[in-house]
Each structure stands twice: as C-alpha cells, then as structure tokens.
Design a protein around this ligand. Sequence first.
Ligand code: T46
Length: 136
Amino acid sequence: MENSLIDFPANSDERGSLIALEQFKNIPFEIKRVYYLFGTKHDKARGFHAHADLEQVLICVSGSCKVRVDNGKKKTEYELNKPNQGLFIGKYIWREMFEFSADCILLVLANNYFDENDYIRRYEDFQLEVSKFYTK
Ligand code: T46
C-alpha cells in the first residue's frame, strides 16, 4: 500500500467528538512512535525526503496543510483539514508538506522508532532507489 486516506469514525455527542486510534484496527501497523508538528509556517514547506523502511499516518488534528506524495512515477496532492481523516504514507514515497494554516497541528503515527539512516534526503537517490524497490 503506497498512500491512501483513512476515515476515522468519531464518537460524537452534544459534548463534542472523540476518536480512538488503534494499531492493526484503524491504523494499519504497530504504532511505535507518535510525534506532532506545530508552530509551522504557511510559507515554510517541510519534508522533502522519503523513507526506506517506515510507514506513517498523518492526521491534521487542528487546522490544515497540504501534502504532496510522489512514488517516483506520479505525484498526488492531498489537503488534510479534518481530524477524522488520516493519510497513510508507505515506504519509498517522497513527501512534501506545505501551506500550513496558522493553527495547524499535524499528528504523525509511525511504525518504527526515529532513525536518521532510514531517510532518503536527495531526490536523485530516491528516484534510483524507488525504481529498485518496485521492481523487486
Ligand atoms: C515525515 C514528516 C511527516 C527526531 O529527533 N525525532 C523524530 O521522531 C522526528 C520525526 C524528527 N526528529 C528530528 C530530526 C530533525 O532534527 O527533528 C528534526 C526535524 O525533523 P525533519 O526535518 O525530518 O521534519 P519534517 O517535518 O521535514 O519531517 C517529519 C518526519 O521527519 C518525516 O519522517 O514523514 O515529518
């Protein structure tokens, strides 16, 4: 699975809404790490890398941002603006996050611990490695 939007059913009543995220239920992997981006700037894009061995789900729990994902052949753009929707990003997918709203909080669930060696930060390296990955 490369990328897909996941809708999370909310438990909503007159007090508001609650969403639970559970590994192997509505999150398609074991959750080993959770981090979040905040204080982001509308004109400061982030990302610009891929991962060799990491799957993640990105959820804009407040505000909005855009995410461009690239599998080496096709680029797709998503706007994340709902706390009840997540974007799954698989292995060997180049990602760029941009146009963050002032109130954006981007929550990320990951299936592995932080490892700088897992990052592919040069687009040329990504193009080379992604073609090998998909011809395996
Ligand atoms: C991704 C997008 C959505 C850590 O120390 N631990 C962590 O778990 C992470 C994610 C980052 N860091 C350090 C590494 C850098 O020194 O925090 C600093 C900022 O990380 P980075 O420049 O990679 O942040 P983004 O917003 O470009 O990308 C991050 C994730 O790194 C990446 O995996 O998919 O968010």
